[in-house]
Design a protein around this ligand. Structure first.
Ligand code: DI6
Ligand code: FE
Length: 414
């Protein structure tokens, strides 16, 4: 007798039983807790979630006992500058002796010193250095990471960075890499005192070439006194629009230039940093559906005082994501769990908000909300098993990594 379709569908590839699950599904305000639950997968997707009692009626090729561990979606780090060469430890010392981030940048240090090192590095050297940093994110359950260019500031090196980022994604079974072209990160020495000409070069040459090679999934810029003006960013965004690439923006990190509102006009996936954003900027983001990506690591390292207006994001229902901003200058941090703690301790997010910020809302910040970021039927089977008693523990602890196991596309890879 042939099986009915519904019975066929209820034969899973694998099932995890005896788990506590935090789904972060959009229908819940909180963690979306299912205690004493089970999760089944088929073809690399989540096929079923329910109680352990119900699970016994189904067949699965493999049964895994989660042994009371908690399961969350795979973590998503939606804003990193993970690919770079060298480091800026000396600059860290100089800042501790009184120099400001902006002063160092103006004196040719800062981003430009990393540009020098990144231009000089071979593709292999860059890959090796970046993979080490990625490994630290992976240990704590990251299964999707965004990586920006922006330390080349010339076509050849920007392409080299993006190729390395793509290669990391192609070679790694645990992590998907989403790439972002950040040519408008800083003014390269070749264009000193001629920033409009550099923007023209980005628009006419760099962005089309990067797009031609399919190396960028999105386009970003640094809208700031020490970066580029809103008018200049707008020219980059217009070109991105012509090429049908989504945009995002480093905005309102050190001052308010109305960058977030500009990004919102271009339906940005996200605006990032946002310490100095005004209420009108928050409203513009709400209307556009852009995600507020908060980067407490940079706030901490630069010892900033101006807090992002978290309460306004809540009131206007702007989704908040949290990311490492992993970079050699303002955020030499490759621990997303530590950054979760910072988001709560420094920015007063609740642990549930912080965790939604590295799952559901981080997926939205990458335009991947239909595919991942929550544990729901049909979503990618990316999830983590944690040795904790409650999800808030992930945010509360610093330096204790309770990651027990990582499942990516339904396959156990750690
Ligand atoms: N804001 C940041 O936090 C990073 N880039 C940016 O525009 C910092 C990059 C660096 O200092 O190397
Ligand atoms: Fe950044």
């Amino acid at each position: 007798m042939s099986k009915s379709k519904s019975q066929e569908e209820q034969h899973w590839d694998a099932i995890w039983i005896n788990a506590n699950i935090a789904t972060f599904s959009i229908s819940t305000e909180d963690y979306g807790v299912m205690e004493n639950a089970a999760l089944a997968i088929k073809d690399g997707r989540i096929a079923w979630l329910g109680s352990v009692a119900e699970a016994t009626q189904f067949k699965a090729d493999e049964t895994h006992d989660a042994d009371g561990h908690w399961i969350t979606p795979g973590l998503i780090d939606c804003h990193t500058h993970l690919v770079y060469a060298g480091n800026r430890a000396r600059e860290f010392e100089m800042r501790l002796n009184g120099a400001s981030y902006e002063e160092l940048q103006k004196a040719g240090g800062g981003i430009l010193s990393t540009v020098k090192a990144t231009r000089a590095a071979s593709e292999d050297e860059l890959l090796e250095a970046s993979v080490k940093r990625l490994e630290s994110l992976k240990r704590e359950g990251v299964t999707t990471v965004e990586i920006k260019s922006g330390y080349g500031l010339e076509l050849e090196t920007e392409i080299k960075m993006l190729k390395v980022a793509r290669k990391i994604g192609d070679n790694d079974k645990q992590v998907d890499v989403v790439t972002t072209f950040l040519g408008a990160h800083a003014l390269p020495p070749e264009y000193q005192n001629n920033s409009d000409a550099y923007i023209e070069h980005i628009v006419d040459d760099m962005l089309p070439a990067v797009h031609e090679e399919k190396l960028a999934d999105a386009v970003d810029g640094f809208c700031e006194g020490i970066g580029f003006s809103p008018e200049q960013i707008e020219r980059v965004f217009t070109k991105a629009g012509e090429l049908e690439l989504p945009v995002k923006l480093h905005a309102e990190q050190l001052s308010d230039l109305n960058g977030a509102a500009l990004a919102a006009r271009y339906k940005a996936l996200s605006a990032d940093h946002l310490e100095y954003i005004s209420e009108s900027g928050v409203k513009a983001m709400a209307d556009a559906g852009s995600v507020a990506v908060l980067l407490p690591g940079a706030f901490y390292i630069l010892r900033e005082k101006q807090l992002p207006p978290v309460q306004l994001f809540r009131e206007h229902a702007v989704p908040m994501a949290i990311a490492t901003d992993a970079n050699p200058g303002s955020s030499p941090i490759t621990s997303l769990l530590t950054v979760l703690n910072m988001a709560c301790t420094l920015f007063s997010l609740t642990p549930a908000e912080a965790l939604a910020g590295v799952t559901r809302n981080a997926a939205s910040a990458l335009g991947l909300e239909d595919d991942r970021g929550t544990l729901e039927i049909g979503k990618r089977a990316d999830f983590i098993l944690w040795d904790i008693d409650h999800p808030s523990e992930l945010v509360y602890m610093i330096g204790a990594n309770p990651c027990v196991s990582v499942i990516k596309n339904g396959i156990k890879c750690r």
